[in-house]
Design a protein around this ligand. Structure first.
Ligand SMILES: *Cc1c(COP(=O)(O)O)cnc(C)c1O
Length: 453
């Protein structure tokens, strides 16, 4: 007996650039000689090597793409720039000019947003470590305080009682979205009832304004469906609050975490070919919200704290080849002038690296080391690269997220960061460190001031 073959409905899905081969697209082997029409060599001779380069044009373009993806699907959308992803003031201000609020996770970041000129009421204050002083400031400024744990909730109640001010609050909710390991260390759990309990405590206290519900389900998320689950669960909580208290939740904040075009270590195909787009995330979140049973008079504002996916692909790291070497087994190695202290994300990404000048057709598997005198200083464990010579330049792609905040002053000094504006003019937005910067923070006790050798 023959059985009929199962019918599979055909689907059409956009593929970026060329069809990837087993080891990714050919684009990996193209020389990248210019960034925003300025020659890499010219940038390096003017500003030094290594050098972070950020494109204002790209930032604005990515932001517009993201905004459009959500605004075409949901009526009320607000982005809040995640400071910890990249808090260089020039970068933050591009987002603020585009209309983005600020999302901060510490007192320091909060103060930075204020000093950048963000109105208090447009700052979202997340994170598990808000001091009493931080909270008082945030309450006075009418910022949106996202409560992480009960101690914080009680501290807020205390401050509200003693100062007779009403904090504007939301709770952070963690939940099972089908992605494991679960991110359950921040906020209140949905499934075990903690989140509902915290909401009741807030409503019963009577001295706080419950404004919204927040979640941030993970980072570098590759599955839009997880956001759909999260959005449905938040909408369900909003409905429960509405039913029990006749109180409308004003916003649903879906956090950040959308993947950029980067490639996670161990991924089979390059991220630029396979990672979901803003449209995929927007579709998942918006449908979950509009299909939910929560039906307030005004649809809640949808807040997005997208960081990585907005900035990663708008920045490059330029560097210079210091030397080539063979390991004891003959394996080729190339030493470049930037290490993991500067390119922190090389711990979890296989960054795409391009030569910045023409090269011959011959390529070889290469280990790329940074300049640190440390075994961990590996930029790429194994990358098929054209042969580079001492003094050649390389361009590392998608470095805008988490490098310029997590970088370490270790062994070498941190390099300059420049931004190329929309007219093509480069501006230094952060100076390179010099010895004096570090010395200015140190103090030598008098008895250690001198020595003889
Ligand atoms: C880090 C963080 C973000 C931004 O995450 P990305 O992965 O950079 O998009 C947003 N919200 C909160 C609460 C965060 O901690």
């Amino acid at each position: 007996m023959t059985t009929k073959k199962r019918y599979e409905r055909p689907v059409i899905k956009r593929l970026e650039s060329n069809m990837p081969a087993k080891f990714g697209g050919r684009s990996n082997f193209e020389a990248v000689t210019h960034i925003e029409n300025i020659a890499v060599g010219e940038l390096i001779s003017r500003f030094g090597s290594p050098l972070f380069v950020i494109s204002e044009k790209r930032i604005r373009k990515l932001y517009k793409q993201a905004r459009q993806a959500f605004e075409t699907r949901y009526p009320r959308v607000q982005f809040a720039w995640s400071y910890k992803t990249n808090y260089l003031s020039a970068v933050c201000n591009v987002y603020h000019q585009e209309g983005s609020w600020a999302e901060v996770v510490s007192g320091f970041e909060y103060d930075k947003a204020i000093s950048n000129g963000v109105e208090g009421s447009k700052i979202i204050f997340n994170g598990p470590d808000k001091t009493e002083e931080d909270l008082k400031k945030a309450i006075t400024n009418q910022s949106l305080i996202h409560i992480d744990h009960l101690e914080e909730l009680y501290m807020l109640q205390e401050i509200a009682r003693s100062t007779r001010q009403r904090p504007k609050v939301a709770i952070r909710v963690n939940m099972d979205t089908g992605v494991y390991p679960m991110w359950d260390r921040f906020g209140f759990n949905y499934e075990n009832g903690q989140a509902w309990d915290a909401l009741n405590k807030i409503m019963y206290s009577g001295n706080m304004d419950l404004m919204g519900l927040h979640t941030h389900i993970g980072t570098f998320m590759l599955s839009p469906s997880a956001y759909a689950v999260a959005a449905s669960k938040l909408a369900q909580l909003a409905r429960m609050v509405q039913q029990k208290y006749d109180h409308e939740i004003k916003y649903i904040d879906m956090g950040g975490g959308f993947a950029s075009r980067n490639t996670l270590k161990g991924a089979y195909l390059p991220g630029q070919d396979t990672n979901p787009h803003f449209d995929d995330f927007a579709e998942a979140i918006s449908s979950a919200l509009i299909n939910s049973d929560y039906r307030p008079k005004t649809p809640p504002l949808l807040i997005l704290e997208t960081g990585r996916a907005l900035i990663d692909d708008a920045a490059w790291l330029l560097g210079t080849v210091i030397a080539n070497k063979r390991l004891s087994d003959g394996k080729r190695t190339t030493i470049v002038d930037f290490g993991v202290n500067v390119l922190f994300t090389s711990f979890w990404y296989d960054h795409r690296i391009s030569p910045a000048q023409p090269f011959t057709a011959y390529t070889e598997d290469t280990v790329m080391y940074g300049p640190l005198c440390m075994n961990i200083d590996v930029i790429r464990e194994n990358v098929s690269m054209p042969l580079l010579n001492k003094g050649d330049y390389v361009v590392v792609h998608s470095v805008g997220a988490y490098n310029m905040t997590q970088w370490m002053q270790f062994i070498t000094l941190r390099p300059k960061v420049i931004m190329i504006d929309t007219e093509g003019n480069p501006h230094v937005i952060r100076q390179n460190e010099v010895l004096a910067n570090l010395s200015s923070m140190e103090q030598i006790p008098p008895h250690l001031a001198t020595f003889e050798l």
